[in-house]
Write a protein that binds this ligand. Structure first.
Ligand code: ARG
Length: 627
């Protein structure tokens, strides 16, 4: 398991350098110890507060990235001060005092432009990366040190439940489930990096009449041997076969028997439940293998079957008495949500049985109780189910649960578009494992072509698998979630362009650089690096500054992603960083340089490697050291 960055739980006051720099105002929600950009923005806020008398927090928020023009810029009209903008500009530029954070100021239009002291930027950023990766600022989890640079404590004391993946037993694990799995696991990591306590839930489709059919199918077509080999595949095959049979002349009889079997399950008939549970457990074991391959895990395997009878009863009683629920003529229970533009939804069938939405309503309530409450509950489900999610969120709100009210802002549907054209060489089966196997094989073919490198790999199969998973994940997360995308075998595997293999290649290159130089006696210790020996004034070149600037923004990128819930925010950062590193490659040379020059540059590259590694791990990807 390769873990995402998490914040250090002990009080971390920041690197020693920070305390030698001018004091900064204290502003809620900022953390200059963990986030170097905050330090510079607070330095700007400090000056503006003193010169213009504005609130330091407002000024902090006003300090935006300056793009091509400057490091930061502040648009003055946003303060709504009772003075002419030109006068305010004049006031700021003339009263501005350069210090260790800020070098100079100019203006353009209604904006004041700030330029940071690059030496401080380099020193503070690299020292912070170093310390939060290997030193005092690193996190300790289960007695082990883990990188924490990029993480923050904004979510401290808050709990989030993230439900994702949620396949249906005996049915294919399709592209929609794959996206939910990839995006959901990322969202969970992201909340963890933002200081939240995270519970990862898998809500299986593991209840319903189809289990009656499956049980009948099992009797006719089941094989213990096949089940043990691959439960997910075998149960699907059995299910397909019995469905075929159920379409034929025996159909009616089969459906009646299936219904009876499921009724037995509902009534708690022991044998029926034992059989069903075997299918469920073996499917979960099989799913776990796939999740492991994807570097993903769950805290809880819940599912439609786990909705407790007594809870269902309690909720139905409450709903029956509610003024927003109607009984139809035929006896079904219905909620009319048309005034919220959410159509109508049936919550109890004519025969008194609950529906998919009914279970979701009860399950949500049950989770609230089982987990001792939550501050957020996130459902990572395809946008085809937008209406379903909106409906049951609305019902929970109408039922009066405090956590379901708009103000609580606790229920969140993270939706996403479709994957188009996902099929294997052999055909159109969309079994996830087939896709992943083929991904690995194709990646393996590509890697074999480079014989020299290939020969050095300890575990070529495992490596091919990881690069393959990276290819699939980056393709999935590179765009905005809501967009559909084409599953593109050709492009996904390319080592050029913005692909997963390209990112792994860059990480590997940075690792190999550390290795080969160590062989030449240029060793950078991890924990005991004496950064005062680093000649960071050598890093004031455009190429080095470009990298440092990106490293400094990383904690901000993590915060931004926690607001937009877009994995693409992180992926884009990875590509910017790798592009900056590629551009530096020929200018910031290590080989053949004086020892201190070489070591300082190696340090910069190592910090870049560490941050790239953290970004990949946040995306659930295991960064490779060789490939
Ligand atoms: N099993 C469902 C499906 O495959 C997805 C479950 C989504 N989550 C939920 N709480 N309804 O369509």
């Amino acid at each position: 398991m390769s873990h995402p960055p998490v914040p250090s739980q002990h009080e971390f006051k920041g690197v020693p350098l920070l305390h030698k720099l001018p004091a900064l105002p204290v502003v809620e929600g900022t953390d200059p110890a963990r986030c170097p950009q905050d330090a510079f923005r607070l330095a700007i806020a400090d000056q503006l507060a003193k010169i213009l008398g504005v609130d330091a927090k407002d000024a902090f928020l006003a300090a935006a990235p300056g793009g091509r023009e400057a490091d930061f810029k502040v648009v003055l009209p946003r303060f709504r001060l009772p003075a002419k903008i030109d006068e305010l500009k004049e006031k700021v530029t003339s009263a501005f005092e350069p210090n260790a954070y800020l070098e100079r100021v100019t203006s353009n239009g209604p904006a004041v432009l700030f330029f940071v002291n690059n030496q401080t930027l380099v020193d503070l950023t690299l020292a912070t990366v170093q310390d939060m990766t290997y030193g005092e600022g690193a996190a300790i989890v289960d007695g082990e040190k883990r990188p924490s640079y990029g993480s923050n404590l904004n979510g401290r004391g808050k709990r989030v439940l993230v439900e994702f993946s949620s396949p249906n037993i005996a049915k294919p694990f399709h592209a929609g489930h794959l996206r939910s799995t990839i995006i959901g696991a990322f969202i969970a990591n992201l909340y963890e990096a933002n200081g939240w306590e995270v519970k990862r839930l898998n809500y299986l489709g593991d209840w319903g009449k189809q289990f009656g059919l499956l049980a009948l199918g099992w009797r006719r077509f089941g094989s213990e041997e096949e089940l043990a080999k691959d439960a997910v595949q075998h149960l699907f095959d059995v299910y397909v076969q019995i469905n075929k049979l159920a379409e034929g002349p025996e159909g009616e009889k089969i459906h009646d028997e299936a219904r009876a079997f499921f009724k037995g399950m509902e009534d708690g008939v022991h044998e029926n439940l034992v059989e069903w549970e075997k299918f469920r457990n073996m499917s979960i074991e099989r799913y776990k293998q796939t999740y492991e391959r994807l570097n993903i895990h769950f805290d809880v395997y819940t599912g439609e079957s786990q909705v407790k009878k007594e809870n269902l009863k309690r909720t139905m009683e409450q709903l029956r008495g509610a003024d927003f629920v109607e009984r139809e003529k035929n006896g079904a229970l219905l909620i009319d949500l048309t005034k919220y533009k959410l159509e109508k939804t049936v919550i109890e069938r004519v025969d008194g049985t609950p529906l998919y939405i009914t279970r979701d309503i009860v399950e949500a309530q049950q989770r609230w109780e089982d987990f001792g409450g939550f501050d957020k509950m996130i459902y990572v489900v395809a946008s085809q189910q937008n209406l379903h999610l909106a409906q049951f969120f609305k019902v929970l709100e109408l039922m009066g649960f405090s956590w379901a009210q708009k103000e609580a802002d606790a229920l969140l549907h993270i939706n996403f578009g479709m994957v188009l054209g996902m099929s294997t060489r052999k055909g159109t089966v969309v079994f996830l494992d087939h896709i992943l196997d083929e991904t690995k094989e194709r990646m393996h073919e590509v890697m074999r072509k480079n014989e020299a490198k290939y020969a050095q790999l300890e575990d070529p199969e495992g490596t091919a698998d990881i690069v393959g998973m990276t290819a699939v994940k980056i393709q999935d997360m590179a765009g905005k979630r809501i967009n559909d995308y084409n599953f593109d075998w050709q492009r996904m595997f390319s080592f050029e362009g913005d692909t997963g293999p390209y990112l792994q290649y860059n990480h590997v290159r940075l690792c190999s650089m550390q290795r080969t130089n160590a062989q030449d006696g240029l060793v950078l210790p991890l924990e005991d690096l004496d950064i005062s020996t680093m000649k960071t004034d050598l890093l004031l070149t455009p190429e080095a500054l470009e990298i440092v600037w990106l490293l400094a923004t990383w904690p901000d990128v993590v915060r931004t992603a926690s607001r937009d819930h877009q994995a693409s925010t992180i992926v884009t950062f990875c590509f910017k960083l790798t592009h900056a590193i590629s551009s530096a490659w020929e200018k910031l040379i290590v080989k053949g340089q004086d020892r201190d020059v070489a070591l300082t540059r190696l340090w910069l590259y190592r910090c870049a490697k560490d941050v790239l590694g953290s970004a990949l791990r946040l995306l659930t990807i295991t960064p490779l050291e060789r490939m």
